[in-house]
Every structure is written in structure tokens, then in C-alpha cells.
Design a protein around this ligand. Sequence first.
Ligand SMILES: [Zn+2]
Length: 183
Amino acid sequence: MSLPLGHAALGLTAYDLTTNAGEVSVFRQWKVLAVVVILSNLPDIDILLGLLYSGNGVLFHRGPTHSLLFACFFGILYSICAREWKTLPPIGFSYSFLLIGTHLFADYVFTDAPISLYWPFELSMTTGFQGWEDVVHSIIFQTTNDITIIMLCATVVILKRIFRLDRIFCLRPVFVKKTNTKN
Ligand SMILES: [Zn+2]
């Protein structure tokens, strides 16, 4: 899994699962939604840099931007920016780190090519050539590769909604009451 939609789905799911049930859903706040999608795709900025620098999207791919150090740095940077500029969604370091981390996790677990997780102590860049056309083509036509992960993410988010529903209909307090009665 290596495409923007798959990474966005994982980032949104991770954010949705880790925010409180009482908070407004990430899917109802467009600014938060945008930041979550951007941060969960941020490591692949190396593809854009490679294309702009030499016309080869994989020139720097899976290098320093796919490391824990990068996730830490941009996690800190975003949380500082969000504190300074109140128009940005107030997403702290741990969430920013988590979102970039979901990208590293997905690339590490779901793809065969290695990433530079512990850069600067290791460096595993992708070799080969991918021009603008190849990159755009793969984004548009290989999305089907990510369909499994997108469906799984959707299922998890829906299950969370159902779990909230049981709180709304007070099933949980009834269960707790019954348990207390037995004790
Ligand atoms: Zn990547």
C-alpha cells in the first residue's frame, strides 16, 4: 500500500480512533480533515521533491522523509505552528507524530521495499525511474491496490460509530448495573 488514498484512510482512522467520543468527528471538520490527510501523506513529499529536482519521482523516495526523526521533527513543527497560528487546527505533537507514523507503518508493513526508518543510521532509497506521467498514472489507476485497506479502515470507523450508539441508547450503563448487582 503506497498511494495517497490508502495513507489518508489509515491516518483518518487512527485519528478518529484516538479522539474522544464526545469530540466532533474528524469527518465533520474540514480543516482537521485536511491536516490529517496532509500529515499522513507528508513523507511522500520526497516524490514531489524528486520530480521537481530531476523529473524522477523516486530519486529521494523512502529516504530521510520516511524516518522516525522526520516524524518527530514535523510533529514538533506542526504543534508549534498550531500554537502560534490559531487558524490551524490545534493538533498537538503526539497526534502529529502518530499521523506521520501511520504512513511509516503502512509503508513498512504493507510494501516490500524497505524504508529509512532509523535514518541517519540507515538509508534505503528506492531505485529506478518514475516521471510525472508514471506518478500521476499510478495515483489514478493503482488505487484499486489500496481498496482492501480502505475498506478495512471504513469498517473500523463504522464499528466505532456503532459502539458509540450503544452508549447513546444506555446499553452500557445497564450492563454495568447488572454486573454490580451480581457483585
Ligand atoms: Zn511513503
